[in-house]
Design a binder for this molecule. Structure first.
Ligand code: RIB
Ligand code: CA
Length: 326
């Protein structure tokens, strides 16, 4: 008796490319167990116009210009973004090599929230939403279309830090870029959320020999590896370690291969007061007063060598098809 192939997980990715976003996007489109329905761009590492163009360039590189890309929030919900991340990603967002990628394909005429809403509305099974930048678009989607939350199977978000930040001493970049949006999604919504925080993604950084293997895997993989060099050089200069933390790719692997990460349920909140702790994710004390007592599945551990091997194995299939990048 023939067995039906396993259903492919429908994905929507919200992103601010971003070098690690680039690896994450290409990981998504090279994963046969997932189906990328659409991409929304958000401000973050660099400005919205650049993140939006970069998302379209990356999909063109993968031969997936068919995936709709819409632009979303250009700024946070309330206060200005504390800082961008051009220091790590270059001002072009892709390590100074954005122009070595194919030209960006067309931008979907809908805004991010309407594209995400339309794709959720039309989905025949629950969709996995994968925000890998500031959570502004996701907060706006959930606020504008509460009727669509049943269409979201889960949210797998890269962000937050429970034991030391990368933007302030205690805040991680995505959450710190829009703490109000992060608090909304992590503490006030009823959609199941898996949070992939900095302390785990840092442990999953790929070493130099992994990057060398990627670079030797074909033209698309070589180009992708070349984007990481800018980040690699700065990480090595800052830490003395030759390794690149592909934060967003860890979240995407969990989205396409559920159970990759071991999680622990923790009720979370985000500090939003303008004071020093702004952007810090904390485990909310008992006796919460909020009407919705929603715990978040926080990723705490994984088999790191297996994760490295799985990401590389999937990315290598990018060069299985047409010989040259689009
Ligand atoms: O803190 C890491 C996160 O901030 C990643 O999503 C990276 O792309 C940056 O946006
Ligand atoms: Ca990102």
């Amino acid at each position: 008796m023939s067995t039906a192939p396993p259903a492919r997980i429908p994905l929507l990715i919200d992103t601010d490319p971003g070098i690690d976003d680039a690896v994450a996007l290409l990981l998504a489109v090279s994963s046969p167990d997932a189906r990328l329905l659409g991409v929304s761009a958000v401000f973050g590492n660099v400005g919205l116009e650049t993140t939006s163009a970069n998302a379209r360039r990356l999909l063109a590189l993968a031969g997936r210009a068919d995936v709709p890309v819409a632009a979303g929030a250009e700024r946070p919900l309330v206060f200005p973004q504390a800082q961008r991340a051009g220091e790590w990603h270059h001002e072009d967002g892709l390590g100074g090599r954005a122009d070595t990628l194919p030209a960006p394909g067309p931008l979907d005429p809908r805004g991010a929230v309407e594209l995400l809403a339309d794709l959720l509305r039309g989905a025949e099974e629950p969709v996995t939403l994968v925000p890998i930048g500031p959570l502004t678009n996701i907060a706006l989607l959930l606020a504008s279309h509460p009727e669509l939350t049943p269409k979201i199977g889960r949210i797998v978000a890269m962000g937050g830090a429970l034991s030391g930040g990368n933007t302030t001493a205690t805040a991680e970049f995505n959450v710190n870029s829009d703490p109000e949006a992060a608090h909304r999604v992590l503490a006030e919504e009823s959609v199941p959320v898996t949070l992939v925080p900095l302390e785990l993604t840092r442990r999953c950084a790929v070493p130099g020999d992994w990057l060398a293997e990627l670079a030797a895997s074909g033209p698309r993989c070589a180009l992708l590896a070349s984007l990481t060099e800018y980040y690699r050089t700065r990480i090595r200069a800052r830490t003395g370690v030759d390794a690149v933390p592909l934060h967003d790719a860890v979240a995407v692997l969990e989205a396409v291969l559920p159970g990759t990460l071991r999680t622990e349920a923790k009720p979370l909140a985000v500090a939003c007061a303008p004071a020093g702790q702004r952007g810090t994710v904390r485990i909310e004390a008992a006796g919460r007063s909020r009407p919705v007592d929603v715990a978040v599945d926080v990723a705490v551990d994984t088999d790191i060598p297996r994760l490295h091997a799985e990401i590389l194995r999937r990315l290598r299939t990018l060069d299985d098809s047409s010989p040259d990048p689009a």
